[in-house]
Design a binder for this molecule. Structure first.
Ligand code: UDP
Length: 239
């Protein structure tokens, strides 16, 4: 039945930069509103949606630490950046009528629930979108790893990894016009060829637990829904 979604529970991973729009920094209200609208469409299909958002539009731990800052402190700042993005996304979603909860891996009682797995699962069952903020709560990790970990914990069927290009290519499509997109890849292909999907920690976590990753282009409106419906877009990474 092609009218029914392929997945009933997804984890959507957005990079922080996805919120920045043309400015490359901060949060663009138009862009975040567009994303919220697309998420709403998917929620209305009855799909359970969890979200993890990066922080690269505000602060990146690795960049700050190569400029001399203590790595762990810089990473904690990066995690705080993801909390800001999560609150912005929560606001945008609620403006379009989607009920949400933010759960933070670093406790911040006044603005977010603490991360409690069983509670997150319950919110999802009730049709609420759960936004997982503050990454894994640990320095030296990334929000891709947080996305993989949370997806596993809540029993998501797939990670939808949003990017600025149509999927995974054998070369950078922005620089090389002859770059070819892969429709499907194995986890080992990704790891061995060093392809830009997610970092190795996140990829191997998905491999060990057989969690598929669909890499797709967020800049084409409607793609989140297409991905959820199982249309042939992007690159699917699995066994
Ligand atoms: N971060 C971290 N632990 C985590 C998740 C994130 O230390 O579990 C920090 C890290 O410094 C990272 C920053 O938060 O640079 C922002 O996350 P990320 O770079 O993954 O965001 P994205 O590139 O997806 O915007």
């Amino acid at each position: 039945d092609s009218l029914r979604p392929k997945y009933s529970k997804i984890l959507l991973k957005l990079s922080g930069e996805a919120l920045a729009g043309e400015h490359g920094y901060g949060i663009d209200p138009k862009v975040i509103h567009g994303i919220a609208d697309e998420v709403r469409e998917v929620v209305e299909l009855g799909v359970q949606v969890a979200l993890v958002i990066g922080g690269g539009n505000i602060f990146r731990g690795l960049a700050a630490s190569s400029a001399g800052m203590d790595r762990a402190s810089a990473d904690y700042m990066g995690m705080l950046a993801t909390v800001m993005n999560s609150l912005a996304l929560q606001d945008a979603l609620e403006k379009v009528g989607v009920i949400t909860r933010v759960q933070s891996a670093i406790e911040m009682r006044e603005i977010a629930e603490p991360y409690i797995r069983r509670r997150a699962v319950r919110h999802l069952e009730k049709g609420r979108v759960v936004i997982f903020a503050a990454g894994t709560g640990n320095p030296y990790f990334t929000t891709d790893t947080a996305a993989s970990l949370r997806a596993m914990e809540i029993g998501a069927e797939v990670i939808l990894k949003a990017t600025k290009v149509d999927g995974v290519f054998n070369a950078d499509p922005a620089k090389d016009a002859s770059a070819v997109k892969f429709d499907r890849l194995s986890y080992l292909d990704v790891l061995q060829r060093g392809l830009q999907v997610m970092d190795a920690t996140a990829t191997s976590l998905c491999m060990d637990n057989q969690l598929p990753i669909l890499v797709f282009n967020l800049t084409h409106p409607g793609n989140i829904k297409k991905a959820v419906m199982g249309e042939k877009i992007g690159t699917l990474v699995m066994g």
